[in-house]
Write a protein that binds this ligand. Structure first.
Ligand code: DC
Length: 223
């Protein structure tokens, strides 16, 4: 089975590229960040972000009925997250869930639970997996590892555009601040921090042509 990993910072365009690459190769697309987002969403139903601490998160993981969290990919490549059968995908990209997911991802039981899911979903499938630690930690033996990034101004505009679609208006400066904060947390945490795997290809996704990047990655895959 073949595994391609695409890691990178916030708003580097990972999901767009990974989804398109998976679709073009006929591979299964595994969006690990959507799992962190889904668990953050479940957490936020009964808690606040400020209430996250080791003891409470551990207790919650032991008690929470997370069996109802289910990921699927449609025939057209669109990924969905459901909670007890209800599609919650569109609720998972708010700025609140962004922050909660980034914070929740620093807790060991959460990472262990999600990593286990990742391995189950990857079993006997060709996959493209995107996230922060897919190549460094979760699938260290991947056939191809990509680290996708882009300039801060490009990432900030992408993030702003996504937020604008949801009716949230941020200045460029505010977007840069939000992104910087999440980058620092994702790269500075003790557990599986965002880093460039030693054997990864670093690709810049500064343009507006995902197709060109997908072609570049396809070439690397067939080398
Ligand atoms: O890829 P994303 O922005 O949708 O991910 C949301 C958050 O989940 C991100 O801020 C950090 C966390 N995450 C992680 O810690 N490890 C991953 N493999 C994927 C995401």
């Amino acid at each position: 089975m073949q595994i391609i990993t695409i890691d990178g910072p916030v708003a580097s365009g990972k999901s767009t590229i990974a989804r398109a690459l998976a679709h073009s190769l006929g591979f299964y697309y595994l969006y690990s960040g959507l799992w962190y987002r889904a668990l953050a969403y479940v957490w936020l139903r009964e808690h606040t972000v400020a209430q996250m601490n080791d003891a409470d998160v551990m207790h919650w993981m032991a008690q929470a009925t997370l069996q109802g969290v289910a990921y699927s990919v449609d025939a057209d490549g669109a990924d969905h997250m459901r909670l007890d059968g209800v599609d919650i995908t569109s609720e998972l990209h708010t700025a609140t869930v962004d922050e909660a997911a980034s914070r929740l991802s620093t807790f060991m039981p959460v990472r262990a639970w999600i990593n286990n899911k990742m391995h189950q979903l990857a079993h006997e499938r060709n996959i493209v997996a995107d996230g922060r630690d897919m190549g460094s930690d979760v699938f260290p033996h991947a056939s191809l590892k990509i680290f996708l990034t882009a300039d801060m101004s490009v990432r900030a505009e992408r993030w702003r555009g996504k937020q604008r679609k949801q009716g949230n208006i941020y200045t460029l400066e505010q977007a840069c601040e939000r992104i910087k904060e999440r980058d620092d947390r994702d790269a500075g945490r003790a557990l599986a921090p965002l880093r460039i795997p030693a054997d990864a290809h670093v690709i810049y996704n500064n343009g507006n042509d995902p197709h060109a990047v997908v072609q570049e990655l396809r070439k690397l895959f067939t080398l």
